[in-house]
Design a protein around this ligand. Structure first.
Ligand code: EN2
Length: 117
């Protein structure tokens, strides 16, 4: 069957989902390590180890400046936050545990929301 053409309406729906998801992430009690860029000057080794830093405020900036063309690009950046966290932090650490909890929350939330769009 013919693939449904991606109308601009779809992508604006998807971007509405991104805004809802980001608001939920920022409101989560375990979001504190991810709300702003890691200050690599006060976190030794971070800049060397993590090639593509990402955080929720940067994602919000990109969303505001229309740099996400669809939900997929947005999800790639959110997962980058959690992948960076797992790479740099021990699983059994304050920030490592926060990252795992946030990833579980995000995975649950966007699958819930997809039912509506
Ligand atoms: C993701 N990641 C974060 C850090 C890190 O040190 N991040 C800053 C924590 C300090 N920030 C806060 O405590 C805070 C921030 C906002 C807020 F509203 C309340 C508290 C280190 C390694 C790493 O991989």
């Amino acid at each position: 069957c013919a693939k449904k053409a991606k109308t601009p309406k779809d992508s604006s729906n998807e971007l509405a989902v991104c805004r809802v998801l980001l608001a939920d992430l920022e409101a989560h009690q375990d979001a504190w390590p991810f709300l702003s860029p890691v200050q690599h000057k006060s976190v030794p080794g971070y800049r060397k180890v993590i090639k593509k830093p990402m955080d929720f405020s940067t994602i919000k900036e990109k969303l505001t400046n229309n740099l996400y063309l669809n939900l997929e690009n947005f999800i790639v950046d959110v997962n980058l936050v959690f992948d960076n966290c797992q790479r740099f932090n021990e699983d059994d650490s304050e920030i490592g545990r926060a990252g795992h909890r946030m990833r579980r929350f995000f995975d649950k939330r966007w699958t819930e929301l997809l039912q509506f769009f």
